[in-house]
Design a protein around this ligand. Structure first.
Ligand code: FES
Length: 563
């Protein structure tokens, strides 16, 4: 295949003040790597690789890279790997979210700076996919995303296990005295059994599903397990397709990431009972794509869409079951009446065609419920507002306790920088199941917004069998978590939100039906407290200072304001 636009090697040039010399030098150095003019005349495909010893979810990525490269070569392109930051959720301190925007910048800048006609961005673990979507939305080159795929489940004493909803459940049992230390250590060895991303509908799975729904990944790409041949075949198909997109110069991300595509993704988010993190990430991607989208619209856009996918933490099954049930195309088929079927993603086919090509097999598609017999009512995710969160907050109702959806209780206030476990484990702690646990100074400015919102149940209550309480914070929570947890309160405490002045014993009222979260303190008293409040000190230097100075509120996507 000839590249009519000329070689990417020659189109963008390193500035030496002499263009001929720049071209000469590039080809001289590339010759040292074995590339000749025939190679360099082909469409060049950059492959962003995020393999890292610190990201165990990406352990199988080298095989996926080879599959993508094979696809690129088969289609007449030249694959060129390049590394970017890799964010492993579990090993990145204090939270991978603090580095999502840094990874997005890194990826965007490398796609721009390096000579390539198109790019495949390989990710998987929680923040990698949103970072790559954000980078893609800022790119003028054709870009496709591909993920490593979910891990397989394990088994311990007859229980099927998968990270990480079961990690939290078993840890809760350990805290409650149901499992002793030997048992929890034994179970630990079976929780994360293969490479790949978390086995449930956590943030990684949610973002993979939404990427496919947005059309930034080829159909069928979100669910094949990391260890499967289907994953490698999808990688090869992605390699072949990106060469076509590069040769025809589109569709580009700006043509794919339309308002209609985002609305479809929000409906998919409701149908899968996806991670609350997706709201922050989709807002960030939409902002970069120039699509107007507000937090409140998540509720209205998905108002009619029921919960269809039976995966933990909202349901009972795992990602491998969703894959066996037909994956994202099977869910889209059920959602047909709710979707804009005119959208066209990276496959080049209208969604209408893709949906018609998908067969329905209710007899064995156990993880995907028929639209007329859903798993749960509409409103799996709800956006709240009130005197405790004037700019909004979020709750995952599908993973919450029905008896706590309307609840008023006294606050027990915690700050992120205190020893929370020590407080909550204190046998003398004055707490009842009616208390509302409040965590503050865990928002984007204060702490990069860690997944600390699903506070542990106080030990003395856990031992009595209490498994859920209302919890409120400016933090996020893992997509694998569950419970009646109000998150992303905006403005955050560090930015002067009402959360900063809640005191122990103040009454807090949650009313999910009314979509409200209120601090029942008189307005003049609240105003007085806010006036007396001391603003927190910013980090002194480096990325953390730049981040704290420029990060937008969670209700606007928590991107940096200049990106
Ligand atoms: Fe990587 Fe869950 S820790 S996806």
């Amino acid at each position: 295949m000839s590249n009519e636009r000329g070689s990417a090697i020659d189109r963008s040039r390193t500035k030496y003040g002499d263009e001929g010399f720049s071209r000469f030098l590039r080809r001289a150095f590339l010759a040292s790597a074995g590339y000749d003019d025939v190679d360099l005349g082909r469409p060049i495909i950059g492959i962003a690789v995020t393999t890292s010893s610190y990201n165990t979810c990406h352990r199988d990525m080298p095989a996926l890279v080879e599959a993508v490269k094979r696809g690129v070569l088969e289609a007449g392109g030249l694959p060129m790997e390049f590394p970017t930051i890799s964010l492993g959720e579990i090993l990145t301190s204090p939270t991978s979210m603090l580095y999502r925007n840094l990874m997005a910048m890194d990826t965007e800048e490398m796609v721009n700076a390096l000579p390539m006609d198109g790019a495949v961005l390989l990710g998987g673990c929680d923040k990698t996919v949103p970072a790559q979507l954000m980078a893609a939305a800022s790119s003028t080159k054709p870009v496709l995303l591909e993920v490593v795929g979910p891990m397989m489940t394990g088994s311990w004493r007859g229980q099927r296990l998968g990270a990480c909803t079961d990690c939290r459940r078993l840890w809760g049992d350990h805290r409650g005295g149901v499992l002793d230390t030997d048992e929890i250590v034994e179970a630990r060895g079976e929780l994360v059994t293969t490479a790949g991303t978390c086995a449930v509908m956590g943030t990684a799975s949610t973002m993979a599903v939404l990427t496919e729904t947005l059309g930034m990944m080829l159909p069928g790409g979100a669910t094949p397990p990391a260890s499967s041949g289907a994953r490698l075949r999808h990688g090869a198909a992605t390699g072949r397709r990106i060469v076509e997109l590069a040769a025809q110069q589109g569709p580009k991300p700006s043509e794919i990431l339309t308002r209609a595509a985002f609305e479809n993704a929000i409906k998919m988010l409701a149908a899968i009972g996806g991670s609350t993190n997706a709201l922050v990430h989709l807002l960030a991607v939409a902002r970069r794509a120039g699509v107007e989208l507000t937090l409140g619209e998540f509720d209205t856009i998905a108002a009619e869409v029921p919960l269809l996918v039976d995966l933990k933490p909202s349901g009972t099954l795992y990602m491998e079951d969703l894959h066996r049930s037909g994956g994202v195309p099977a869910v889209l088929k059920q959602l047909t009446e709710h979707l804009d079927l005119t959208v066209v993603g990276a496959s080049g086919l209208p969604l209408d065609t893709l949906v018609k090509q998908t067969e329905e097999h209710a007899a064995w598609q156990h993880a995907v419920r028929p639209i007329e017999d859903p798993l749960g009512p509409p409103g799996a995710l709800a956006v709240l507002q009130g005197s405790l969160a004037p700019e909004g907050a979020v709750i995952k109702t599908s993973a919450a306790s029905p008896h706590l959806m309307q609840h008023t209780g006294p606050a027990l206030v915690l700050d992120l920088d205190q020893d929370i476990a020590a407080v909550l484990d204190d046998p003398e702690l004055d707490v009842t199941p009616e208390h509302v646990l409040v965590l503050r100074n865990a928002g984007p400015v204060a702490a990069g917004m860690p997944e600390a919102g699903a506070l542990p149940i106080p030990a003395k209550l856990a031992r009595r069998g209490v498994r859920d309480m209302v919890r409120v914070s400016d933090a996020r929570m893992s997509g694998t978590s569950y419970g009646t947890v109000v998150l992303h309160c905006a403005p955050e405490a560090a930015a002067g939100g009402p959360l900063s002045v809640v005191e122990d014993g103040d009454l807090i009222r949650l009313d999910v039906k009314q979509r409200s979260i209120d601090l029942l303190v008189a307005e003049d008293e609240l105003a007085r407290r806010l006036e007396d409040r001391e603003p927190p000190a910013l980090p002194r230097r480096g990325w953390r200072r730049l981040y704290a100075q420029t990060v937008l509120p969670a209700s606007q996507g928590a991107d940096l304001d200049f990106l």
